[in-house]
Design a protein around this ligand. Sequence first.
Ligand SMILES: [Fe+2]
Length: 305
Amino acid sequence: MINVQDVQYIRLRAPDLDKMETFLSEFGMHRSARTDKALYMRGTDAEHTVHITELGEPAFLGMAFNAASEADLGVISELDGASDVLDNDEPCGGKKVILTDPDGLKVEIIHGINKLEAIPVKEVTPFNSGSRRRRVGPIVRSYPRPSQIKRLGHIVLRCGDFKGCEEFYRNKLGMLVSDFLYRGEEDNPGDNAAEFLRCNRGQEYTDHHTILVTDADEAGLGHVAFEVEDWNDLSVGHWHMQGTDYTHNFGLGRHILGSQLFDYWSDPWGNNHEHWTDGDLLNEDTEAGSFPLHTARDVQWAPPR
Ligand SMILES: [Fe+2]
């Protein structure tokens, strides 16, 4: 077992890379590489890639998690079914081990991904509140434009083999349960239908969830979620997207579990992409919560779905 440190990129497949690049650019990413076969997109952080689209029939192919060290790649390569430690021949570089999760998804464990110069983030203005004045002097002037995606934050997995998947991500990749979701209204830990999982970074604080595994009839992507700068950036991105023909799914709102502010949009093939900001941060000492399943979809506030 190793403790993965974060999720790095999602891997989708789509029949038109131009169309995907246009959507992702409006959504707030930047192209880092393009080949005949694939599109690589980045956020403002230095890491080369947060989103890969391979050319072909629409599909959710898998994702990559960051290993803490190259030594951890050696450890994970010993697992049954794991590849050797490979030099990554894609533009994002680094070394990786390829695994397959119980649902057949490609799970890459990557280390040493190429870094580019970080993209400066615009319009970072502290928020004033009734009791704390953080912005004294500077004036806010922000208008609709694409959000500034910083990084990939989490992926929701619809699991055909829910039990197998939750064991795989907890036992092989070292993930911790932030919240169990049980069926019905009575707490029934033996009958969970979903789990929010976070990375184990010891005392260091990390996102409330890096993946959400959910019990489903068929394996697939629930959604993929990218962190943006702040509430202002989320909002101007929302109104920018409202001026396009893309499909809005849900938001703006604030979730209960994870607490993040959110906004959801579909890519041209119906893959649900989320912008989020201001989520909860936990560490290894945080105990798991337990809630009825509907809490995963419930919100503190949002317009009707
Ligand atoms: Fe999400």
